[in-house]
Design a protein. Structure first.
Length: 106
């Protein structure tokens, strides 16, 4: 499912787009994990009750990511690890399904 900000009354940082997507997919926030890259995106996902993984970029490196489950430099890959900037410390230096499961359960 793809959901864009122009289909809800208020754009991020309002949680409207997340509420819309969760409703359309019939999922509870507690069963999901959001991926964001900005403070407004994080505020929206947290406002909808979603645990959130944040990856930063040159424009958002100095944003306030308080409340994120983890803040990473990038998703990393075997042989090219990411850097954990804040949040949950998981032993694996790249994001895969096992990492996401551990983050969601933590």
């Amino acid at each position: 499912m793809i959901a864009a900000g122009d289909i809800v009354p208020a754009k991020k940082p309002a949680p409207d787009i997340y509420h819309y997507a969760l409703e359309k997919m019939g999922l509870a926030a507690a069963d999901c994990l959001a991926f964001e890259d900005s403070e407004n995106g994080l505020r929206a996902s947290l406002g909808a009750g979603l645990k959130t993984l944040v990856t930063v970029n040159d424009y958002t490196l100095d944003h306030d990511f308080t409340g994120a489950a983890v803040v990473l430099s990038d998703l990393g890959e075997p042989g090219a690890p990411n850097q954990r900037l804040a949040g949950a410390e998981l032993s694996q230096p790249f994001v895969d399904v096992a990492y996401l499961r551990a983050l969601h359960q933590g």
